[in-house]
Design a protein around this ligand. Structure first.
Ligand code: WQD
Length: 343
């Protein structure tokens, strides 16, 4: 058990940030949230506080605004930062690369500079398995090559990793953990917080959930001619609460040491699109309508993690099943068919 820390969550109103805020509070830490609300709702804040059982000071700011970030640090003097803030829509990153490079890299560099100025010595970074690009060898371990990303979004995650790693090497007072997420899905079992993508969901689970509530007519399964058992793509889906708990463990780890360490955060088990549709149909109690459609550019047949290092070094392991991921998603979606209240 680590000592109590004051932790700044950039992007803390988002899907993974909000779940991590709750788990940090439940573990006894103090949470400060910064978010520009471009892709999140302020309505999540009282729900985080209700679930976490504590108040969380909130700052509406863009992490690219160094002066605003500096003012927050001057006031709050956080012990550690978990950096979630960033644009994350893969297709949008292809059409607007400069927006993504500027936003995701300037925010990371601003954060590191302000942390150095105020002596905040620990950062956990929200990275992504997308940094592996079209990995050949499955399961994927952390020592596999990164950087051959298939889209600008993935490149911003890879470049941010490099920037953080080099800064931690140069600044002896900085400890960093890079968490490479596989496919986060699910929701806190309370049904109070969950994933609420803006507009039409790009990702599988939110789209399936919106078909299940009748908000969307049917799911288009992008390709059923892949070299997999049922022809549809395989991914390593991980419950967002397991993922949030990995951040608590990473914080405990890095608050006691310096340098830079990277971990895959996945279950090590892959599920195909059709297996997920089947699991969700069972969870919601009725079939989820779908139709096969052409492959989506950039998709690779199968991707799943070797999670051994996180278990060995952090003492963390994903424990929630696909059934639990679907049940919890369904509870959130059916309780909140239109997501959070619009303020
Ligand atoms: C999963 C599978 C689709 C939607 C992406 C990002 C990655 C990370 C996680 C941020 C694929 C299929 C999907 C649909 C479908 N995000 N699918 N119909 O592509 O593995 O990863 O989200 O870090 O960076 O790339 O996840 O949920 O988009 O797709 O058939 O309407 O579901 O083809 O096989 P993906 P996904």
């Amino acid at each position: 058990m680590s000592n109590k820390l004051k932790v700044l969550l950039t992007g803390g109103c988002g899907y993974i940030g909000s779940h991590t805020a709750v788990e940090l509070m439940r573990a006894g830490h103090e949470v400060v949230i910064a978010d520009d609300l471009v892709n999140a709702s302020r309505s999540v804040l009282p729900r985080i506080e209700k679930l976490g059982g504590a108040k969380a000071p909130f700052y509406e700011l863009d992490v690219c605004d160094e002066a605003a970030l500096d003012a927050l640090f001057a006031k709050e003097k956080p012990d550690a930062v978990i950096h979630f803030a960033g644009l994350k829509c893969v297709p949008e990153s292809v059409t607007k690369p400069l927006l993504y490079y500027r936003n995701n890299l300037v925010s990371t560099m601003n954060l590191l500079a302000v942390m150095s100025k105020y002596g905040t010595g620990s950062i956990v970074f929200s990275s992504s398995a997308t940094v592996y690009g079209e990995a050949e060898k499955m399961p994927i371990s952390e020592d596999q090559p990164t950087g051959a990303c298939t889209n600008p979004y993935g490149m911003t995650k890879h470049m941010s990793e490099v920037i953080i790693r080099d800064t931690a090497a140069a600044e002896k007072g900085l400890g960093a953990v890079l968490l490479r997420y596989f496919n986060p899905i699910g929701a806190d079992e309370s049904g109070l917080i969950g994933e609420e993508p803006l507009g039409v969901p790009n990702n599988l689970l939110p789209f399936v959930a919106q078909v299940a509530t009748g908000r969307r007519e049917k799911l288009f399964v992008y390709g059923n001619d892949y070299p997999t058992p049922d022809g549809t793509c395989i991914r390593d889906y991980i419950h967002v609460t397991d993922l949030a708990l990995a951040h608590v463990k990473a914080l405990d780890y890095i608050s006691q040491r310096k340098g830079c360490e990277v971990f895959n955060v996945g279950t090590g088990k892959g599920y195909s699109v059709l297996e997920v549709v089947d699991a969700f149909s069972k969870a919601c109690g009725h079939p989820v309508r779908y139709e096969f459609a052409p492959r989506r550019a950039g998709d690779i047949p199968a991707m799943y993690a070797d999670p051994e290092k996180a278990e060995r070094v952090l003492g963390w392991k994903a424990v929630r099943s696909m059934e639990k991921m679907c049940e919890d998603t369904w509870r959130w979606q059916s309780n909140n068919p239109m997501g959070y209240e619009k303020e």
